[in-house]
Design a binder for this molecule. Sequence first.
Ligand code: SF4
Length: 173
Amino acid sequence: MTKIYDRIDLQALRMNGVKVNYLYVCERKLWLFDRGIQMEKNHEKVLLGKLLSEYAYPEKTRREILIDELIKIDLMDSEEIREIKYSNRLANANRIQVLYYLYYLKLLGVQRKGVINYPKMRRKEEVSLTPEAEEEVQEALKKVEEVLSSRKPPVAVKKSYCSKCAYYEFCFG
Ligand code: SF4
């Protein structure tokens, strides 16, 4: 019998995880990243490699994964994905990425719940892949495709976090 793994482009899905995050951070960042202007390439390579190893070695229950320069996810155990954040500045982007990973896992036939921890704020947010959330992920994936189908990057619109972005000089230098 063909496993679902055989029918999924795992590499594309993992890349989409980063792209879905960037979609919510900044569409221009998403476009630049996709076109190979990857100033954070090393971070992402670390992330993707570690994510893959999680699936390859599920018995190793706790790993820390660095996503971009802001997000850390611990794949804690067989029940949940845990993300630890230092601020809620990009909370929505974190949330959609966790939802994306839950969606990704679901496609692999694995059920997990997501937890986002805000240690500084002494808060945590639970994230579940509800049918609505699943639709949101699917819409985000469509939107990613839409942004990336453009021949030109979206215009640079200054945001409060632009100065922390690796593309800042590229956009506003
Ligand atoms: S500097 Fe700002 S506008 Fe440019 S890619 Fe980064 S977040 Fe987007």
